[in-house]
Write a protein of this length. Structure first.
Length: 307
């Protein structure tokens, strides 16, 4: 049985409205016809999308997984439907970002080029978690990406713009803020805010932590961790560029044993010609990195010079 966009659109509408009847009205179907479409979709997929044991339709675990893919597919389908109209107006630059540097480094650079080309350029931006980008890059296609890309990707080209130094971040009210440089032995009694063990950045930070470190909180986002620290709950190891967002309220303490993490510009190998706006954006991001006192790599300098 062919998988039809109308069936997937109805399924998404049911999830979003919480009602088969409301979803049926939205796409001009009778309730009985909509129920048939959902049953046929489940038959095509080979699993139940909804748990029908209660009064309300509840997504099954398989249904929730399918919804994530279906939602992105419907967005892509909408872009196809709008393509002829959109192409007459503005060119679209699709950007993938990894969240830790998004607010203070990447967004300002993107805004700069958007204002520079406001008549001809439109930007879409998807924020990926490091642990998920290996899969999410397929549901969120992009022209260029920026961030600490730690997993391997055979289908991507990448250039390390800089190696970002790690530091310890502590509230200025925290006792450990008296240090200007710090080692593991200096923070054995402190409590840490750590990243979840499934985050790739945690593998880096764990090398810096003392054995049997005390944990105040475990979170899945660097920015969330820094917000805890800002409120004087624990201390946190991260790179200096990510810590920029709380630098007015926290002390960034240098490490006795330096550790760095690479910051990449990356793009699909199959991309062919790279849009000039990509290089403009990369130059703006490189300027933010240098403004934070972090040197570009020779590879990064050559990338900007050659383009």
């Amino acid at each position: 049985m062919e998988l039809k966009s109308k069936s997937v659109r109805l399924f998404c509408a049911v999830v979003e409205s919480g009602s088969l009847l409301a979803a049926a009205d939205k796409i001009a179907l009778s309730a009985s016809a909509a129920s048939r479409v959902i049953s046929q979709l489940e038959e095509r997929l080979g699993f139940a999308l909804f748990d029908r044991s209660g009064k309300a339709l509840t997504l099954t675990e398989d249904g929730a997984d399918f919804y994530r893919v279906a939602m992105e597919s419907m967005r892509a389908w909408q872009r196809l439907e709008d393509y002829s109209r959109e192409r007459d107006r503005k060119k679209t630059l699709r950007i993938a970002v990894l969240a830790r540097h998004c607010s203070d480094v990447i967004i300002p650079a993107v805004v700069t080029i958007m204002k520079r080309h406001e008549e001809t350029l439109r930007v879409t931006m998807d924020v990926h978690a490091s642990r998920d980008i290996h899969y999410s890059k397929y549901s969120h296609p992009f022209d260029v990406g920026f961030g600490t890309l730690l997993s391997s990707h055979d289908d991507l080209e990448k250039t390390a713009l800089a190696h970002l130094p790690f530091c310890l971040v502590a509230s200025r009210q925290h006792p450990i803020a008296r240090y200007d440089t710090i080692g593991q032995e200096d923070c054995r009694e402190a409590e840490f805010v750590i990243l979840s063990r499934d985050t790739l950045e945690q593998e880096h930070a764990r090398r810096l932590m003392p054995a049997h470190a005390r944990v105040a909180a475990e979170v899945s986002s660097t920015q969330v961790a820094l917000r805890f620290v800002k409120r004087n709950v624990g201390i946190h190891f991260t790179d200096r560029l990510a810590a920029k967002s709380v630098s007015n309220d926290c002390k960034l303490i240098e490490l006795k044993e330096p550790l760095t993490i690479p910051f990449y510009v990356f793009w699909p190998k199959a991309a062919g010609r790279i849009d000039p706006a990509v290089f403009e954006c990369t130059r703006e991001i490189a300027a933010s990195i240098k403004a934070a006192g972090i040197e570009l790599t020779p590879e990064g300098e050559a990338f900007l010079r050659d383009h």
